[in-house]
Design a protein around this ligand. Structure first.
Ligand code: GDP
Ligand code: MG
Length: 780
């Protein structure tokens, strides 16, 4: 038999691959909606929907879809994997999918055939760009796993994913310990209060070092690692782990390269006679018990009351419960070890995810309670699908969603119809009849929704939630207590360039492509240059813009031309200055006369602040104030030096005298010119984005890297040792870092890795600013 579909006791079978399969698919999609509601977890088996030749799936090998029936909320884990690039996130994800039974063959990032890195660019580059959500089950739990990218250009993807996760697994290269990007992501996880588990991957590497990695978690992440396993063997001989909770030794056979690690031996430690290991485990277990007792009062009390003669006799289940409490309160992080590539240690990691990380209802989502059992969901990602249109990923916080129903987008104040509901499985999607709180769903049909929007059942239900919130907080009428989920913070882009269609006829297509891409990726900004009319792309980094360009070509079939990549500078002022300006203009019959006086001065903050004197505050009409603010804003967008946006400036408006009949537009124009005058007088200062840089390089290439960095206006902050490598911590202006990856590869023959992250906007020196100005104005 090739495929089988069993629905409530009836089984549909097919013998041949081709036509019968599509028939099966049809049947399954016809009855799917109804059967899911009625059939329950066990009764509904359908093996046909996962077929995708690309991944080598065969229906018989792929797990049943019972997991798509909504499980109890306590059995759901919404998990992210985060790590520095190359630590092994993608490999680990692949192994998880394989051991949980969803994929038949092991994917390999080095061959470019993994499930989660499904975009063509990702396969080619072997990196994860777009976080893909994958759903699978393990130990009767539903795991919704979001693979997050490690490249700094895509920090927003990570942020977006973390926003909707309940727990995370941090994957480390056990020979490198904590690396730069992990620190960034860890901070993000901390901000969202997400409980974590650490997985020390690559234990098969000769340089893998458990102690060093534990120490670096302690030092660099300021976290409290709780070691739950001891590795057996090291380097090439790494063959398993001892579980310190149960004293069980889990051994993967040192088989051939084809050994997929599905089968492993479990035996209690005392049965084997390895005195050194037994002793190491004994000490580590005692240390674990002591550490957990320190962190958890309940466990400490249990030890002292019931097990005071022999701490070691404490049952594994009590220890597990205590480790879970410690993890959920973020007082400690469980640490496991393994080697995903060598297929060792991944199943215990999956066990740990279900055992220690929280279910959605164990997390505190404050404002969600106002919705009671009504729908409240966050759109955390939009993908554009050629056939189906926009696909919106929803994290459901309360209530349930069903296909063929209308939902209300609170952020956009519009009502939309959801046509279909899918369970996301990389780029495979399985239809489902309903999804409840705690889950991650993929919806078809929401056309207005953008990343970060709050989705509720209806306008009425939002109003009810607002009433509940208001009654509770006692805020007055008119004030709106928060019933909108906080969206995703979008960082400002640091790079921009012009983009042109190949022919004018393609202009509209290009604009459409860009607007689709923007809905998917809010860190992409698109604007039109008011002078030249050219379209300008603003993005987070070289790779970001390159990938966008590539996608416009591949997915939208437009051969667009990019102009040279430019750094997004900003401007500020150095000191205080005042200016006055008068505008006297007759348009048609009407004469507009207005005089403005104002003072600009340096201020805190990223925006331009407008302050009116006390008298003006009382004198001016709301309309005039609005016109003044518009004038200030428009001059702050232009800047006075390079034409870059101005920040960190306050404008004190001292007088505005307009003759009767002067239009607000003329007031704005006059204020704007007056501002530009004042900004110039106040000493326009260019601010440039400065990056923090971490380069890991062999000692023999350190000199070359340092020399190159000096030419890039880099400042070395620290040089650390890591085994045989040096880790160089530095900062350098973004403008000098273009093409750095190629340069570094050349300098070190490919023996270096680096990470780059925006640190701050900093003032340029007078000399650098002058040479930049000369270059921009074409004098150089
Ligand atoms: P990601 O960038 O974090 O997604 O990392 P990948 O999964 O793409 O892996 C990066 C590289 O490390 C690839 O060449 C993998 O084959 C390799 N790798 C992954 N896991 C292991 C491991 O356990 N041991 C060793 N030696 N290499 C690994
Ligand atoms: Mg990856």
């Amino acid at each position: 038999m090739f495929g089988a579909l069993r629905l409530g006791g009836k089984e549909f079978q097919c013998e041949k691959r081709s036509r019968s399969l599509s028939a099966l698919q049809k049947i399954s999609s016809m009855i799917w909606g109804r059967c899911l509601v009625s059939a329950g977890r066990q009764g509904c088996r359908c093996k046909v929907s996962f077929i995708k030749r690309h991944y080598g799936f065969l229906p018989d090998d792929v797990k049943s879809l019972r997991a798509v029936v909504s499980p109890d909320i306590s059995k759901i884990r919404n998990i992210g994997i985060m790590a520095h690039i190359d630590a092994g996130k993608t490999t680990t994800t692949e192994r998880m999918l394989f051991y949980s039974g969803y994929t038949r063959a092991l994917g390999d990032v080095d061959d470019g055939d993994t499930v989660t890195d499904f975009m063509a660019q990702e396969r080619e580059r072997g990196i994860t760009i777009q976080s893909a959500a994958v759903t699978f089950d393990w130990n009767d739990h539903r795991i919704n796993l979001i693979d997050t990218p490690g490249h700094v250009d895509f920090t927003l993807e990570v942020e977006r994913a973390l926003r909707v996760l309940d727990g995370a697994v941090a994957v480390f290269d056990a020979s490198a310990g904590v690396e730069a990007q992990t620190m960034t992501v860890w901070r993000q996880a901390e901000k969202h209060n997400i409980p974590c588990i650490c997985f020390l991957n690559k234990m098969d590497k000769p340089a893998a070092d458990l102690k060093f990695s534990m120490e670096s978690i302690r030092q660099k992440l300021k976290a409290n690692p709780v070691l739950l396993q001891i590795p057996v063997g090291s380097g090439k001989n790494f063959s398993g782990v001892v579980d310190l909770l149960t004293n069980q030794k889990l051994m993967w056979k040192p088989g051939s390269a084809r050994d997929d690690g599905r089968v492993f031996d479990t035996q209690t430690l005392d049965q084997c006679d390895e005195p050194e290991l037994v002793q190491e485990v004994g000490e580590a277990r005692a240390a674990l018990i002591e550490q957990v007792a320190d962190l958890d009062d309940e466990f400490a009390e249990l030890l002292l009351t019931k097990f005071s003669d022999d701490f070691d006799a404490v049952p594994p289940v009590e220890l597990r419960e205590a480790v879970r409490r410690v993890t959920l309160t973020r007082k400690g992080v469980p640490v496991l070890c393994g080697s995903s590539l060598r297929n060792k240690g991944v199943q215990p990691l999956l066990d740990a995810i279900t055992a220690y990380l929280p279910a959605p209802d164990e997390r505190h989502h404050d404002l969600v309670r106002w919705y009671k059992d009504d729908l409240c969901a966050l759109a955390f990602k939009v993908l554009h699908d050629k056939q189906r249109g926009p696909l919106v990923f929803l994290r459901i916080y309360s209530g349930a969603v069903k296909p063929q129903t209308a939902v209300h987008n609170l952020s956009r104040n519009c009502t939309e119809r959801m046509s279909r509901l899918l369970v996301p499985f990389a780029d495979q999607h399985v239809e489902i009849g309903s999804m409840s709180a705690g889950n991650i769903a993929l919806t078809v049909g929401l056309k207005q929704t953008v990343t970060g929007d709050t989705i509720v059942a209806s306008k009425a239900s939002a109003a009810a939630a607002a009433r509940r919130a208001q009654n509770h907080s006692g805020t007055g009428e008119g004030e709106r207590p928060g019933i909108i989920l906080s969206g995703v913070e979008v960082p400002d882009p640091v790079f921009f360039c012009t983009i042109e269609p190949p022919t004018m006829a393609k202009q509209a297509d290009l604009e459409n492509a860009l607007s689709c891409l923007q809905r998917e990726d809010p860190s992409l900004k698109v604007r039109t240059d008011p002078d030249s009319g050219q379209i300008i792309l603003c993005g987070m980094g070289e790779l970001h813009i390159e990938i966008l360009h590539d996608r416009i070509r591949r997915e939208y079939g437009i051969e667009a031309h990019l102009g040279p990549l430019q750094v997004a500078y900003r401007e500020t002022v150095l000191h205080e200055a005042s200016a006055t300006n008068t505008l006297d203009r007759t348009v048609g019959e009407r004469r507009h006369v207005v005089t403005v006086q104002l003072t600009v001065r340096p201020a805190e903050g990223a925006a331009c602040e407008v302050i009116f004197t006390k008298e003006l505050e009382e004198q001016l009409t709301a309309g005039t104030k609005e016109a003044v603010k518009n004038g200030v804003d428009s001059s702050c967008l232009q800047g006075s030096v390079l034409g870059s946006p101005v920040q960190g400036v306050s404008a004190l408006i001292q007088s505005v005298t307009a003759e009767a009949g002067t239009s607000p537009t003329m007031v704005s124009a006059c204020v704007s010119r007056c501002m530009l005058k004042a900004l110039r007088l106040a000493g326009g200062q260019v601010l440039e984005p400065v990056m923090s840089l971490e380069v890991t390089v062999g000692e023999e290439h350190l000199g070359a890297v340092l020399g190159d960095l000096a030419q890039r206006r880099g400042v070395v902050r620290d040089i650390q040792s890591r085994h045989d490598d040096k880790v160089l911590v530095a900062s350098a202006p973004l403008a000098e870092m273009m093409g750095y990856s190629t340069a570094l590869r050349t300098l070190t023959s490919g023996n270096a890795t680096f990470s780059l992250e925006l640190d701050a906007y900093e003032p340029m020196s007078a000399q650098d600013q002058n040479s930049l100005l000369r270059r921009v104005t074409g004098l150089l």
